[in-house]
Each structure stands twice: as structure tokens, then as C-alpha cells.
Design a protein around this ligand. Structure first.
Ligand SMILES: *Cc1c(COP(=O)(O)O)cnc(C)c1O
Length: 379
């Protein structure tokens, strides 16, 4: 009888579950729970929560920005940034077509901010063509055209497999944008992974960004929350917009306390996640499969994309088999992953994934790939 694994929980305790669906499922560390239990709090809408204020000061300093705001989610942080930069009606923002703001925020820029997206195809490394940016910028728009009010970049790039944006590209983009005085917002949900991987201070990576947000709730392990940083004027407007969207929180120092622990203890250790991700990638790569493809050069941080030949096996079938343990399996491991398209599976690593989990996941992935190879009489 196959054991079905539902929401990461397996009914059979002899089965080792390795849940690689997303780093959002990472749970808070004990140190975070301790800090939350004793956090000093107040009403943050009144500006009276000392723990939130401390987190905002610490985050702004780390990113080299004047100010910061604690926001319930990354989606809201991006939306607020877009609303503030594009406060002029009839605005347009330039963004990558594989970006989170376009794909996975329910069309928030259009639906809520009233902003039109001018999309440029993302390249495999998360960048897009700068010549195309230049062509898309509306110079002295006449009454037919929207105003180009913002450029959005994503770092690391989620759908491009956790790729770190090359610094030279960011510098060139800034040079171009500043010719036209257009601000750049960085969706830096995993910008700390970018900093650790490239060994460049995060403040340098975001130096020329008018605003940047990052998630505390993903690779940094916090239960909830994102940080949005920018100038004092920008953050004052951002806090006003946050309230309009229902994101004004009261004794949010309880969760901000976890954020402070994350900034202290969860950034440098990201290199372990990157090593773990690479180990899984290498194991698949070493199988030299025609059906399962991994581009090792592009596995940089905690996200691994595995591309499959969907004429042989779909991502859904592959994921289902990985999550299922049958009696004849030599390894009793259930591996969970995610997918948004039939030709690609995504695995994401985070702090709770141990060496032992990585070894177990590799064993199970190998077993399933060999099984599928056997079906097609490969090797
Ligand atoms: C997860 C994610 C977001 C949104 O964050 P939530 O907290 O889930 O709303 C935004 N951008 C990128 C690149 C992300 O990966």
C-alpha cells in the first residue's frame, strides 16, 4: 500500500519526510520563540512598539537605507512600493515577465495600484535587456502615453532558480534609469541569499535602489513578515499606504522580535542551505539523465529547478511518486517539491533541512529517476 503524504504529514512514522516545497514553510527557531515570548510591545499604529522600531532601525542600517517599515507580507511590501512610486495616476512600471510581481501577486499592480506593467522577457539569469528598457521608457510622454514611474527587479530571481543578479547589470541599469530619473524597486524577497552567495554586502547590492523589500518569513525562518526600506519620505508614505491596505498592525513586536533574531543568527548560515541545494542538484546532474535536466552553473542559492521531458513524465507525476512510499521501495523517504508547470519542478532548501534530510532526499530522488529510466529502458 502506498503511503500518501498530505501537507507534509505522513501517517507512517517510519517514513522520513523531506519537505522542499518552499522556504516559506520554515518554522521559527527556538531562539525566535524565546524572543517572541518576552518581547516588549506597544501599539505600532501609534508608533509605540519598541521592538518593531528596533527591527526597522536595524534593517535600515543593514541595507544602508534611511528608514524601514515592517510589513505583513512580501506581496504587500511590493504593492506598497509600487503604489508609492507610482502615485501619479496613469503610471507604468517596467518589469521582467518572469517576475513575482507579474506572475504571482494576483495582478496587484493593475488590480489595486492601477499601474500598467510594461514587461520585458527575463533572461535565464533573472536580468532583462537594457536596450529594451531604454526603448520602453516614455520620454516626455504626450497625452496618449502613461508615465514611466518605476522599474522593478527581483533578486534572487525566484522563477529563474534563485539566481543572483549580476552587480554590473544592476549598476548599468541604474546608470540608464538615472538618465531619466526613474526609481528602481528591488523585490529582494531573498536578497540575503544573494549577499551571502556573492559575498557582497547587502548594502552594496541595494545601494542604488530607491526601495527594496525582503522576506523574514522565507529563508530567514521567521513566522511572518517582510521589511521594506527606502528614504525617510518614501517610508513615511509607505506606512500611510500600509494602513490603507489593512496592514497596520498593533502589538506586532511579538513577531518583530523573531525578525531581530533572524538578522542576528540566520543570515550567515544561509551558505549551508546553498551547499545543501547544490548537493541535491549535483546528484541529479550526475545521473546524466535525458529526462531530468539540471543546469549546475545556475544553482547558486537555495532554489533548485529541475527541468523534465514532459513527453515522458510530467512534474505532477514525478512529484507524486517522490512523495509516495510504496512497500517495495528500498528507501522509506517522502520528498515533497513544488511545480507551476508540467516541465519543471522546484525544490527549496531552508534551515530545518539537515545533512540527513539532504542524503535521504537524494536517495529517494535517485530511486524515482532510476525507476522512470527503467520504464523507458534508459541505462
Ligand atoms: C515569496 C515572494 C514574494 C511574496 O512574499 P509573500 O510574503 O509570500 O507575500 C515576493 N517576491 C518574491 C520574489 C518571492 O519569492
Amino acid at each position: 500500500m502506498p503511503y500518501e503524504v498530505i501537507n507534509g504529514n505522513c501517517i507512517d512514522h517510519n517514513v522520513h519526510v523531506v519537505d522542499l516545497r518552499s522556504d516559506t514553510i520554515s518554522r521559527p527557531t527556538q531562539a525566535m520563540r524565546d524572543a517572541m515570548a518576552t518581547a516588549e510591545v506597544g501599539d505600532d499604529v501609534f508608533g509605540e512598539d519598541p521592538t518593531v522600531a528596533k527591527l526597522e532601525r536595524r534593517a535600515a542600517a543593514l541595507l544602508g537605507k534611511e528608514a524601514a517599515a515592517f510589513i505583513p507580507s512580501g506581496t504587500m511590501a511590493n504593492l506598497i512600493a509600487i503604489m508609492v512610486h507610482c502615485e501619479r495616476r496613469g503610471s507604468e512600471m517596467i518589469a521582467g515577465d518572469n517576475g513575482h510581481t507579474f506572475l504571482f501577486e494576483q495582478g496587484g499592480p493593475a488590480q489595486i495600484a492601477g499601474v500598467q506593467s510594461a514587461l520585458i522577457p527575463n533572461k535565464d539569469d533573472g536580468t532583462f535587456c537594457l536596450e529594451e528598457v531604454r526603448r520602453k521608457i516614455r520620454i516626455d510622454p504626450d497625452c496618449h502615453e502613461p508615465y514611466t514611474s518605476l522599474i522593478v527587479v527581483e533578486n534572487t530571481h525566484n522563477m529563474c532558480g534563485g539566481k543572483v543578479l549580476p552587480l554590473e547589470w544592476l549598476d548599468d541599469l541604474y546608470k540608464l534609469a538615472s538618465e531619466y530619473k526613474i526609481p528602481i524597486h528591488m523585490d529582494g524577497a531573498r536578497v540575503m541569499n544573494a549577499a551571502v552567495q556573492s559575498q557582497v554586502p547587502v548594502s552594496r547590492i541595494v545601494r542604488d535602489m530607491a526601495s527594496v523589500c525582503f522576506c523574514l518569513s522565507k529563508s530567514l525562518g521567521c513566522p511572518i513578515g517582510s521589511i521594506l526600506c527606502g528614504s525617510k519620505t518614501f517610508i513615511a508614505k509607505a506606512k500611510r499606504t500600509r494602513k490603507a491596505l489593512g496592514g497596520g498592525m498593533r502589538q506586532s513586536g511579538i513577531v518583530a522580535a523573531a525578525g531581530l533574531v533572524a538578522l542576528d543568527t540566520m543570515i550567515d548560515r544561509l551558505k549551508i542551505d546553498h551547499e545543501h541545494t547544490y548537493s541535491i542538484a549535483k546528484a541529479i546532474y550526475d545521473m546524466d539523465s535525458d529526462i531530468f535536466r539540471v543546469d549546475l552553473d545556475t544553482v547558486q542559492t537555495n532554489i533548485l529547478m529541475v527541468y523534465l521531458d514532459q513527453t515522458k513524465v510530467s512534474s505532477k507525476q514525478f512529484l507524486h511518486r517522490l512523495a509516495t512510499v510504496v512497500e517495495t521501495d528500498s528507501v522509506k523517504v517522502s520528498v515533497r517539491g513544488g511545480s507551476r508547470n508540467p516541465a519543471c519542478v522546484r525544490f527549496v532548501v531552508y534551515w530545518e533541512i539537515t545533512n540527513k534530510d539532504v542524503t535521504a532526499a537524494i536517495e529517494k530522488i535517485r530511486l524515482v529517476i532510476r525507476e522512470i529510466h527503467a520504464q523507458y529502458k534508459i541505462k
